[in-house]
Design a binder for this molecule. Structure first.
Ligand code: FNR
Length: 185
C-alpha cells in the first residue's frame, strides 16, 4: 500500500512533519509513506492549470499513484495554512486526482485543542466536487501539547499518543482496503 503524506507546514522543525515521520517509520511494514513537498509549488493560477510547472506535475502524479492521502496539518488562524490550501487547489483541477481517493487527517499543535477547526475545515474542503475525497469517519487525531510529546531528537515518545495512533492506523489500513474493494467491484 502506498500513502502520500501532505504536511500543512513547511517549517524546518515542524511538529506535524515529525508526526508524519513517526508514522512513516513505525508502520513501514504496513505501507510505504512518502512525504511530499508542497513548499515548492507555485501559487495556483487558473491561467497555467493546463500547462503547470514540473513541480505541480510531479506532485499531482505522486498523489494520483497513492492509494490514500495522509494530511498532517497545523492550524493557522483557525483554519488550514495557506500553503496547504494552495496545494489542494492544484489537486482539484484538470486531472482531479483526489476524486474517490481516501483521506486520513491528523493535526498537531502546541495548544490543547489546536487543529480542531483546521481539521473540520479540511474535511469540508475535501467534500468539494473537485476533490470528492472520502475521509476516514471518526478516528479524529488531534495531538495537543505536541511539544511535550516529542523528545529532543523529534521522536514521538508519549505512550498514549503512540498507542492511539497504532489503533487509528489499523482502522485506516482496514478502511483503505475496504474502499479499494468497493471501487473494484
Ligand atoms: C499559529 N498557531 C496556531 N495554533 C492553533 O492551535 N490555532 C491557531 O489558530 C493558530 N494560528 C497560528 C497562526 C500562525 C500564522 C502561526 C505561525 C501559528 C500555532 C501553531 O499551532 C504552531 O506554530 C505549530 O507549531 C505549527 O505547526 P508546525 O509548524 O510545528 O507543524
Amino acid at each position: 500500500m502506498k500513502i502520500a503524506a501532505i504536511i500543512g507546514s513547511t517549517r524546518r522543525d515542524s511538529y506535524n512533519y515529525k508526526i508524519a515521520q513517526h508514522i512513516q517509520k513505525r508502520y513501514i511494514h504496513q505501507f510505504d509513506l512518502e512525504i511530499l513537498n508542497i513548499g515548492e509549488l507555485p501559487f495556483y493560477n487558473q491561467d497555467t492549470e493546463n500547462s503547470p510547472s514540473p513541480e505541480v506535475v510531479t506532485f499531482k502524479q505522486k498523489v494520483a499513484d497513492a492509494d490514500a492521502v495522509l494530511w498532517v496539518t497545523p492550524e493557522y488562524n483557525a483554519t488550514i495554512p495557506g500553503v496547504l490550501k494552495n496545494a489542494i487547489d492544484w489537486l482539484s483541477r484538470v486531472n482531479q486526482v483526489m476524486i474517490g481517493k481516501p483521506s486520513w487527517i491528523i493535526g498537531a499543535s502546541m495548544g490543547a485543542l489546536g487543529t480542531v477547526k483546521a481539521q473540520a475545515h479540511l474535511r469540508d474542503i475535501l467534500f468539494a466536487p473537485g476533490l470528492s475525497s472520502p475521509v476516514l469517519p471518526g478516528n479524529e487525531v488531534v495531538i495537543g501539547h505536541v511539544h511535550h510529546k516529542l523528545d529532543d531528537n523529534g521522536n514521538l515518545v508519549d505512550e498514549g499518543t503512540v498507542s492511539f495512533l497504532d489503533k487509528v492506523t489499523e482502522n485506516m489500513v482496514t478502511w483503505i482496503e475496504q474502499q479499494q474493494t468497493t471501487v473494484n467491484h
